[in-house]
Structure formats: structure tokens, C-alpha cells
Design a protein around this ligand. Sequence first.
Ligand SMILES: Nc1ncnc2c1ncn2[C@@H]1O[C@H](COP(=O)(O)OP(=O)(O)O)[C@@H](O)[C@H]1O
Ligand SMILES: [Mg+2]
Length: 450
Amino acid sequence: MPKQKTRYVCQSCGATALRWFGRCPGCGQWNTCAEESAQEETKRPLQFSAGPPAPITEVEMTTEERHRTEISEFDRVLGGGIVPGSIVLVGGDPGIGKSTLLLQVSGKLGSDGQKVLYVSGEESPRQTRMRAGRIGALTGNLFVLSETNLDVITSEAEKLSPSMVVIDSVQTVYSPELESAPGSISQVRECAGILMHLAKRTGIPVFLVGHVTKEGAIAGPKVLEHIVDTVLYLEGERHHSYRILRAAKNRFGSTNEIGVFEMEEEGMVGIENPSEVFLSERSGTESGSVVVCSIEGTRPILVEIQALVSPANFGYPQRVAAGIDNRRLSILIAVLEKRAGLTLGTQDVFIKVAGGVRIEEPSVDLGIATAISSSFRDAPVDPDTVVIGEVGLGGEIRPVGGIDKRVKEAAKLGFRRCIIAKGNLKGLRKPDEMETVAVKTVEEALREAL
Ligand SMILES: Nc1ncnc2c1ncn2[C@@H]1O[C@H](COP(=O)(O)OP(=O)(O)O)[C@@H](O)[C@H]1O
Ligand SMILES: [Mg+2]
């Protein structure tokens, strides 16, 4: 019997099958099947030489020397700078600013006297030079290479022995040993594996740019995310100039830190005090607007939540949230109906976090609930008030962590009044000019806020 020449591979999770499939048997996604040659097996194992087992106390410890890039928002997200030998994936929508940010980082290292190899499979060296000129990254230490063959790239990297390698993007490079097209899951996996080897063997940190698919995941997501040390996402709304860099995985630091940038003519400019920027467009007099405080990593950040509640025109009312989880919105609406007597069943509810920020922290629950009620009753919330608290299913307000930091940040930006959970009151250190209102239930909170 002739040997099977082709196989079918899911481009999302890498599951393989001998027959074509419409829906992946591995991850259940539709239309992810692609035909690939059957010989596409990784020839190199992914491990690097380990040696015999050794007591952990005798493992050689190198003091972790990180390269600081002086782009403090970038260093913060990485956990304090670039770790030698690490492999970092930077994902994001097309045009969001991945190439710009990495070129800026490369330029900074270059002007610091370190060689950087910037490999672009998408843009010509001239295009890269033009951008470098615009963002102030022109330095003799920055080497550009327009190449997609990974064998050439690794050999050039070893010859040059730079302090950092950037591959823009991982979907354009290919290993000539495989037959499948660049960007296919076999290629992406193989290339990431080879680059991982390079990073671990030589200690050169490697940054991979990864495009995000329409569904919001990096193409070949699970496979890539498992291989690399750190996954960073650059996000933001197309029509806003703010960009947020967030770590989704980090073997060398916390994943909670975010870096906030503004996209400008001269590149990405770090924003040291994001609260001020996020609140800058607020008028504060309409109903449905509430300021909350979320802690992202170690930094408290004040943002505005906007709600719009209006009668539903046909049948099923809509619940639409931008910047927070839709399910959480549904829960909060149910709590408001049951515990505070708001009849939202016939109302459309829209929620938006201003500035295109995304918040996952539960401390903004009470702020969202307050915004919904404010819009529903068309009663504005006092513009000098910040609302902080988690809402339980029973309508109780739960205390949140880091309350001192949050209240202090609110005071710093000129707010005069905080609505917080009663459980947060004990031991609270607050600035004298700040008035705190402690509440136990959502009903009580709404009475105080509106
Ligand atoms: N001359 C310019 N001035 C300001 N912004 C620019 C200029 N040229 C391009 N941009 C911005 O840079 C962005 C492209 O960023 P880029 O780093 O190429 O994104 P990515 O690599 O994520 O696809 C575009 O969205 C565009 O808004
Ligand atoms: Mg790019």
C-alpha cells in the first residue's frame, strides 16, 4: 500500500487527521482544516541539552541581568526589562503598532551601544529605515535583514551575535525543511522551535511578532503560546490613539502589569499617569457616567464607565458591553433587578469603558451597577465621586484589595468622595480631604451615589 502523502491539520490547535474535516475534532472550531504534507514532523526535539539530574541547590545561578530599554512602560510589562535567552511573542491586530514598538525598542538598545538584528519578512529595509527615521531609531547598531528563510536568519544571527533579535512576523518566516506554506501551523511551530533553540543556546533574546486572526487569537495560538516564555498583547481601539500592552503569559514576571502608550507621529509614547489621560474626555454631567478604580498590576488606574439604558424596541432586550465581560454585565443586571428593584427586563443596556480599556477586575462591579442605575433613572452621579466595590449575588458589597492605593490615586486626581465597601473601612488610611462613604448593600450604594 502506498504511504499516505498528505494529512489534514487544524490551523488553530494543530490536531491532525487523515481525512478532511469541517469541524476540528480537537478544538471544535470550524473551517480550520488545511492539507499538509505527511512528512511535516519536527525533526529536532524541542528540549535543549539538560545533563544528568542535579540537586537544586547546586544548579548554577546566574544573577538575572535584564536589559532595561528605557521605555519604562515596556520594561514594566516584561517584569523589569528584557531577560537574556528569553523568547517573547508580541501579538496584536494589524496596524496596531507592533512593528513600531519593537523598532523603537531596537533603536533604544542600539543607541545604548548594543547590536540588534531586526528581521522583516513584511517590509523592505527602505520601509523600515523610513519608519526608524520617523521614530528616532536610526543607529548604526541596528541591523536590518529582509529575509524569510529561517536558515539564513539563524546563521546571520549567530554571525552577528546581537543583543536582541526581532522577527517580524513569525507568520512570514519558513523553514526550508518543511514543504508547507509560511504561516501554516507546521511552519509556525517549527520556526518557533528553531528560534527557541537559538535563544536558549546563545542567550540572545528573541522577539516574535504574531498576527492575530479575526477571532482574536494569534494564528496557531495554543502551539505558539506554549513554546514561548512570554506572550504580550498590544491592544487598543483603532480609532483611539491609546495602546495597551498586556502580558498574557510571563515566565519572568507578573501577568497583571500593563503598559499604556499613545500612538503618535514619533512612535509609541509611554503614558506615566494613565488615569489623567483616561479621564480627560469626561464631562461628568451626564447620567450613566461613573468613575471607578481598577488595579492593573501594581498601578491603580481610574477609568470612566459609561452606561446607556433605553427601552427595548422589539422583543428581546440587548445587553452589550465593550471593555468588560458580557456575562458579568448580565449578572449585575440580574442583581439590580432582584436586589434593588430596577425593572431592566424591558430595557436595552449598553456599557462602555471609556478610552478603549478592558477591565477584568471585580472591583469595578459596583461602578457598573451604579452607572446602569444612573442612566436608568436619568440621574447623574456626583462628578467628584469614585465608586469602588465588588458586588455579590445577594446584592452585598464586598471589600476589595489595595483599597489604600485606590483611594490615594482618586485623591491625587482631585476626587473628594469614595463609595467603598463597609469591609474596607477598617484600617483604611486615606488622605484627610477624602470623604469615604461605606456601604453594605447595592441598594444603599445607589442611595448614596444618586
Ligand atoms: N507618518 C505616520 N505618523 C503617525 N502614525 C503613523 C505614520 N505612519 C504610520 N502610522 C501609524 O502606524 C501604524 C502602523 O503600525 P505598525 O507598527 O506597522 O503596526 P503593526 O506592525 O502592528 O501592523 C498605523 O496604524 C498608522 O496609524
Ligand atoms: Mg508590522
